[in-house]
Design a protein around this ligand. Sequence first.
Ligand code: ADP
Ligand code: ADP
Length: 225
Amino acid sequence: PNAIEVREAVKRYGNFTALKTISLSIKDNEFFTLLGPSGCGKTTLLRMIAGFEDVSEGAIFLYGEEIEGLPPHKRPVNTVFQNYALFPHKTVLDNVAFGLQMRGNSKADSRKKAGEMLELVQLSQFANRKPSQLSGGQQQRVALARALAPQPKVLLLDEPLSALDLKLRKAMQLELKHLQRETGITFIFVTHDQEEALTMSDRIAVMSSGELQQLGDAREIYESP
Ligand code: ADP
Ligand code: ADP
């Protein structure tokens, strides 16, 4: 089955309709981007895919299973946010290890796996530092390592690069793309930045005012008016 199947999903907050009947499929191993201006409903859709919010109508399926019926620990989905939300008092290594321990891995196994993840994002030499001793880009890579460590099938990324300066953002775009290819994890990436979307994505869903405007591969989106 597809990684994600959004079937005629509607989201209302009171009498305000944030999403108007969205249908789309996201393939396994795909780098998929939700692109559109602030307020168009990207985060709302991402939060519904994560199971943080219920749909008002319709349904969302994760590898063929309806998300609302899955208990949280059975959703192989992890999320990376714009503000990295690292634990300030834990070391970089323990930030990454913590989630693994919470999932029932032993402390030793968790730290070993965390070390491997830090290698993947090239932060091994910072393992024993506190997050505040790292740059913004490095902190975001710690957040990525933490999100990837439990090997989710789907990673949701909500404007993860928007707090970074332009140079770092460009470097991280390439790194994210590389990580997606290397891990084979389905990435669902949210951005309002068209160039960023075109650089990174296999396919792009363009949203506007709670509606899906366009869906295609990066080249098709780029060439359309
Ligand atoms: P985006 O991520 O594209 O910036 P959002 O999904 O955050 O857009 O928001 C889409 C619309 O839904 C906005 O108009 C926002 O104000 C509204 N919205 C989002 N969450 C809520 C909420 N919990 N209650 C009421 N309105 C909300
Ligand atoms: P984004 O980064 O996509 O612009 P926001 O900062 O708008 O996200 O929203 C952050 C959080 O606030 C989300 O959980 C969203 O659901 C909630 N939110 C957004 N708009 C509203 C609103 N009008 N009323 C209540 N909650 C909202």
